[in-house]
Design a protein around this ligand. Structure first.
Ligand code: COA
Length: 397
């Protein structure tokens, strides 16, 4: 065995790999800011469209800038007709994130490109992606239910349209606001895995469509954006608040992780969880109270059990925990939770891609080599023969 260099830290924990002016996570204090604005203020006061402006253009918009961006997003929502037709040809049981990732990649085919195939990576392309992602998700929601996709309505916000394009009914102001708050909270989160994937791809000078597709691919796993569907499954299995502690005990005994708990950066409860918990509770009060009640008991039971396992190392609820009862109460099926996350994060991803390109250097780290060294070359005709040095151990036995 040979080894060159040392691994800084598995999973790059604590390693600073780049700079950003977009968002900051203070994991010890449980604080998240976008361009200096606290997420608590943004969740209370800002709309998703305002946050898109903040991330893409660097400032909160004036009234006329917001109007302009809102009109541009509305004008970019519709999908190219061939893409919509293609969605209609997919197997109805296709995984929604597979559909979204592939469709976002396919958007490049319908966009102008230079002679070398590269698409312009600029705010215009970013708006194109931010506007179209929710239309793709909603179209697939209807197509897989055997329904005709609906045209987006130009007068509705991103949040309202996302719900309207699924049901054909304009959502209540409470439902629209709950989804809007969700989109604001999830819009950016520093160098998380999917954003880093986007920046790595952009750093090769691949374009914004390619980089956004990389981000979508990285988001899908349950250590990142794939967790909330599993939280919903757990809530369903738990069935009633009184059963939460037994569920947690059994899951930990089986060596499983509790989905929606724990975070690489936060050592305290994720600051976004508080707002989503409030949404889940409020939506439950006008709908089905059960899911919030189970989630609350589940969080308490999980925190207690995880604390007992690792005293002094809190594993707290992350953003995905109350995403599950919130999005479910909004009528979004569990297997579309990650897609909804992606629609919010498209704002952060595209802003990071543009930030990367504004001061680009190829991201190309090193690895510590831990394989064998100085192997003698063995001709093909002699490989696997018992007397040949370097032949596979199994064939020498
Ligand atoms: N349930 C049970 N144990 C957990 C846990 C969870 N949700 N999260 C972390 N742990 C434990 C690990 O088993 C590990 O224990 P060990 O040291 O005895 O092996 C320890 O805490 C550290 O875990 P590690 O995987 O090194 O931490 P990380 O920084 O890589 O983990 C997550 C971050 C998010 C991947 C992790 O907390 C997790 O898997 N959470 C569940 C999935 C989830 O909610 N993902 C969405 C994230 S926003």
């Amino acid at each position: 065995m040979g080894s060159v260099g040392t691994v800084v830290d598995r999973g790059l924990e604590g390693v600073v790999v780049g700079a950003t002016g977009l968002s900051h996570v203070d994991g010890a204090a449980g604080r998240l800011t976008y361009r200096g604005f606290d997420i608590d203020d943004l969740a209370q006061h800002a709309t998703f469209e305002e946050v898109c402006h903040l991330l893409l253009f660097g400032t909160l918009p004036t009234a006329s800038q917001l109007e302009d961006l809102t009109v541009r997003i509305a004008a970019n929502r519709a999908l190219p007709a061939p893409l919509l037709e293609w969605l209609g040809t997919l197997p109805r049981d296709a995984w929604p994130m597979d559909v979204l990732r592939t469709a976002v990649s396919a958007l490049a085919v319908f966009s102008p490109h230079a002679g070398d195939g590269a698409h312009a990576s600029n705010p215009r392309a970013a708006i194109h992606l931010i506007a179209k992602a929710p239309t793709i998700v909603a179209a697939w929601n209807r197509i897989r239910r055997g329904l005709r996709p609906l045209e987006p309505l130009p007068n509705l916000s991103t949040a309202a349209n996302s719900l309207y394009m699924r049901t054909g009914r304009e959502p209540s102001p409470e439902a629209e606001r709950a989804l809007d708050v969700y989109l604001v909270l999830l819009a950016d989160h520093s160098y998380n895995a999917s954003t880093f994937a986007a920046r790595v791809t952009a750093s090769t000078r691949a374009d914004i469509f390619a980089a956004a597709t990389s981000a979508l691919a990285a988001l899908d796993g349950d250590l990142h954006g794939g967790a909330p569907a599993k939280v919903m499954r757990a809530l369903d299995e738990i069935g009633q608040p009184e059963a939460a502690a037994a569920y947690v005990r059994a899951a930990l005994q089986r060596g499983e992780r509790i989905m929606g708990m724990g975070h690489r950066e936060y050592r305290v409860r994720d600051p976004r969880a508080r707002h989503l918990e409030a949404s889940a509770r409020a939506l439950g009060e006008v709908g089905d109270r059960r899911w919030y009640a189970i989630a609350r008991a589940f969080e308490d039971a999980a925190s207690q059990a995880l604390d007992a396992r690792k005293p002094g190392k809190p594993i707290c609820a992350n953003v995905e925990f109350y995403t599950a009862p919130t999005l479910f109460a909004l009528g979004i099926p569990a297997d579309e939770f990650t897609c909804t996350f992606a629609c919010a994060r498209m704002a952060g991803w595209t802003a990071h891609i543009l930030e990367q390109l504004a001061d680009n250097r190829l991201i190309r780290p090193q690895a510590s080599y831990v394989g064998t060294v100085a192997e003698p070359w063995v001709p093909l005709s002699r490989r696997g023969r018992p007397d040949v040095a370097g032949a596979p151990a199994a064939s020498r036995a």
